[in-house]
Structure formats: structure tokens, C-alpha cells
Design a protein. Sequence first.
Length: 632
Amino acid sequence: MPNYIDSAYGLAVPQAWPTNGHTRDDMDGYTRVGLTERLAELELAAEDAGWLREAAWNDRDFSRDGLKRILRLSRLSYLKNPLIQRGVNVQAVYVWGQGVDIRAADDAINEVVQAFLADKQNQSELTSHEARVSKEKELQVTGNLFFCFFTRPASGKVRIRSIPVDEILAVITNPDDQMEPWYYKRQYVRAELDTINGATRDSVEIAYYPAWRYHPDVKPPTIGNAVVYWDVPVYHVKVGGLRDMRFGVPETYAALDWARAVKADLEDYATTKRALSRFAWNMTTKGGAKGVAAAKTKMGTTLGNSDPYTETNPPPLTGSMFISGEGTQLQPMRTSGAQPSTDDGRRLWLMVASAMGLPETFFGEASVGSHATAKTLDRPTELKMRDRQVLWTDIFKDILEYVIDQEATAPGGTLQGTVEYDADGERYVDLGVDADGNERDRQVEVNFPPMLERDALQRVGAVVQAITLGGYPSAGTFDKRTATQLLLQALSEDDIDQTLDRLAPDDGVPLLPPVLPTAAEPPKVNAPAHPQIAKPAVNPPDDTGAEKDVQEAARAVRESRGHTGDLNDAMVDAVRELRAAIRPIARRELRERAVIVAKPVTTQVTKLVERNADGQIVSVTERHEPIAEETT
């Protein structure tokens, strides 16, 4: 096998290394002396062991044992430390709390996509809401996700599972390109149940899994004594580390030390407060040691003396009075200045918030928040959450790309495709054409709802504005299905697919046909609830010569300008002629575009009062006179 297999444990020494007769172990000691700071020095051991210094073969990646210790500490901190757990949970809720809409543009491809998403086994691993939130938390806590695909050869149906990051020993890459993974080496414990006696028999297994985009011409069945599962490719997602690292690093790693510091600081505060609370009163009395002993006897409890169950000197009730002789004083214990403040540790909290990329208001610091911060996100936090949504968009598109390819290349798949190679030798699957003879659009859309909580009326208003371009009828900018989808997304509808199929089953049908005014028929006005007055349409006069008048007047203005641009009489006259030439064109445009809408008819009420000879009111008559107003 190639030499890169020997370096599978991570970090191979270059072939051109000047050994000068030394062994690899000797060179390892030499490099530890020559380098003052290494990534191996940053590897955490157990929680109380401080820093771990461990040898590594290069300075670009953690050793596998060191990374396992970091993963273990990150998991324990998420389960135990409320600051770490809060930061991880808040990001997971912001990314997935409102769900996601996934669909393909092509109907046949969309059926494959929806079948994959609706599969019960896939939902337990990734495609359900609970699974997506769980995977987001796992990605933050461990920095790595290893998805593996199980495909039925006959139908091309794909089932997705994941491998725990602790079981992956090495990522083996192209020896000429470290960014191209080839294999993933896995070591795991296989437990078999003995159905006769109920005991389990454990065995340690080692296997290799190919990267999901690695398709060599020769596929060896084994590497060494370990089998290669070519039918179970692995898709690796890593975050938190640098680009040239083969494994990701937990995103909680930078916050672990500071979260522990906050914990220790609050423990010290609680200890000090508990110590000070043991003494509530300070008594001063005369008589020296005898007086102190007498006061102690007066104030002490009688429990544990002759009768261990009866208290003959109970503490005073609330509102009691203290009476003493001359020279005896009782004052509350003064702890001002001795008790630390919880605000003293705020800088430690800020370090945790900074490492998690979240504002301190998310960790319970309400004193710096406001009503505005309660409804909105600051811009860096909003972009951080949106960046993670974009990452998950790419992840789902990659996974669904594999699902579509397997469905198209399987003998019994619902899609028909062929494996092709481009000019550079890159492998791809050609899906052919649809029933209309057009090339199939394999694009998959992954749409998240708006992250910030805004007024639903504003969101719907923006969609209506886009559909109608400011008017009540549709402007024909969107077809019925697209317009309905946008409105459902603005209303945060949970099941958009089912609702969309019910409201807009036919693609390409406009929501409303566009209504445009024509010269033969004036624009129609919908009948309002009240009577209206509308002016009849007037045919505009023929102003075909007005454009020539404007051109000639504009030419006169240019010619009347002096070289210095000063205003003169000729120029004033030319400008007047230009205004006169423009006026008929402006009137014509107003006549063509004006739509007269009458205001509702208002009524003027007049009261007629009839009196007799004595001045008494005999009758009152009301007269209603309509008053119509119109606006253009």
C-alpha cells in the first residue's frame, strides 16, 4: 500500500526530513527541544490536571489522544456548566428553532428529496427537528460530525447514520493534496448478544471507510488486515479548527477555562458569604472573661444538655425587645466591605460570552439589556447565526446531492441518470431531460424563516408590495405558486408543502391577471360601498408635433448659453419657449395616467325648528343634503 497509510495516525514526517542517522524517536525528542510552544502544549488533560504537554510530529494539529481529552472535557462542561450549556443551547435554538423548508425545483427530484426527508430512520438521525437540534449541539461540543450513507443497490434508497468522533482514529488524505480526504480509519467495539445466556461478547474492530467523493479506479477490499467498506462512504463536517487541521475542534474549547474560572469565583463568593452569615450579632459586655461566659450561657441553646429534645432557651420572636444593664450592648454584625460582590466576576463572564460569540445578555445579565435588545439581535450575533444556517444549507445540499445521484444510478430508481466525466476527469451524474425535453434542474432550495422577530403585517406587506408593485391587482411579477409560497413563509407556516399543494396546485398560473389601462378602454374603478362621482374619459388631443417643439426649444436654450454660462435675455426667452413646449406633453401624460376616485358621499344635516306664538318648540325637522367630493 502507499506510504500515506503508514501516516494514518495523523502526522507523517516528510520524506526529505534530514535524519542524519537518527531514528524517529530520537527526532521526536529533538523537535521537542527545538520548539518552545506547540499545539500539543495546549491539550487539556482531566479537569484537575491543568495543561498537558505531549509529543506530536508536527505543529498544525492536536494529537489524537489530546483531542479526545478535549472532547471529554467539552462534553462534561456542556452537561455540568450552565454557561457552556446556555451558549450551546441558544445557538441551536436560533439556528433551528423556526424550522426549515427544503424542496427541489424539479418535481421528480423533489419527490426523491421529500421521501428521504420523511423516512423514519433518517428522521431519527438527521431530518427531524429534534435530530437537527441535537446535531447542531453535537457539532458545537465536539467540532466534528461523521455521516455515513447506507444505500440499497436495487432501489438507490439512502439511509443516513453517523459515526462517533471518538471512534475515528485518523483521516487519510491524498499524499499530494492534504485537503482531499481519501479514507477514514475507525476503531470501535462490536458487542454481540448471546441469546442463550444473555451475556454480551465484545470485540475490537478496525475498518476503513472511503470519503463520499473519493472514486478511485482501483478499490482495494482491505488495507492491511482491515476491511474497506466501499458501499458506506463517509461525509465529514468539521468546525472550530483551522483549515489545514484534519479534525475539527470543539467550539466551546476557548470558553472552557473561563467557564471554570467563573465557577470557582462564584464558589468563593458563596463560601465567604456563608462564613459571614454565621455571626449575626455583636455583643459587648463588662466583667471580662466571666461576663463573656455569663452572656454566652444566657444566649446559648439548651439542646444537648440534660434533655436532648427540649429547648428551654428558644430564640426571641420577631419584634422582640433586648433589655440589658449598663455596659452591655448588642449590635448587628457589620459586613460592609468584607463581603465580595458578584459584579466583581463580570469580566470572567464577558470572557465566556466572547469565546461563545454571544452577548452577555444571553447569559442572564439583564442589567445591560433593554426592550430593543429583547426583540432584536446585535449585528455580529445575527451574522454568526446566519453563518451557521448557511453551513447547514451546504450540508443538506451535499447530502441530498448524494441521495439524488444514488437514486438516478440505481437500476430500480425513480430517476434515470448516467455517470459521466468532464474534461478534467471529474465524475458527475447526468440526470437527462424531463418529459418536456428540458434538462432537469437538480437545484435544491434550503430556506430558513426570518431569524429576527418582526411584525407579521410588515412581512406580508412586503410580499404584497412585490407581487402588486404597489397596486391592488397582481402585476404579473410572480406566478400563483411562488406568490403563495412567499406569503406562507412570511406567515411562518409550519407545513408549507402541504398547504402550497392545496392552495396553488398548478404551476405557472398567475395569482391575478395583470390589469393594464388601454387607450380604447379607460381603467375601471371597483364600485365602493358609497356612491361615487367619476369623470368620463376624454380623448386626448393630437400632440404629435409637441415633441418637435420641445427639441427645437431645447436646441435654442443650448445655443443661447454664453461661453461663460452667464444668464442673458436670449437664454431667458429660450427657456420660456421650452416650458411652453413641454406643457402640452405634461397635460397629455396626466390625462392618460389619471384615475379619478370619488370620496365617499358625505351628508350635511340641517335642522328646521318650528315654534308657536309663545316661543315653544312645536316640531323639529331634519333635512339631509348629500355633498360629493372627488380627488384625482
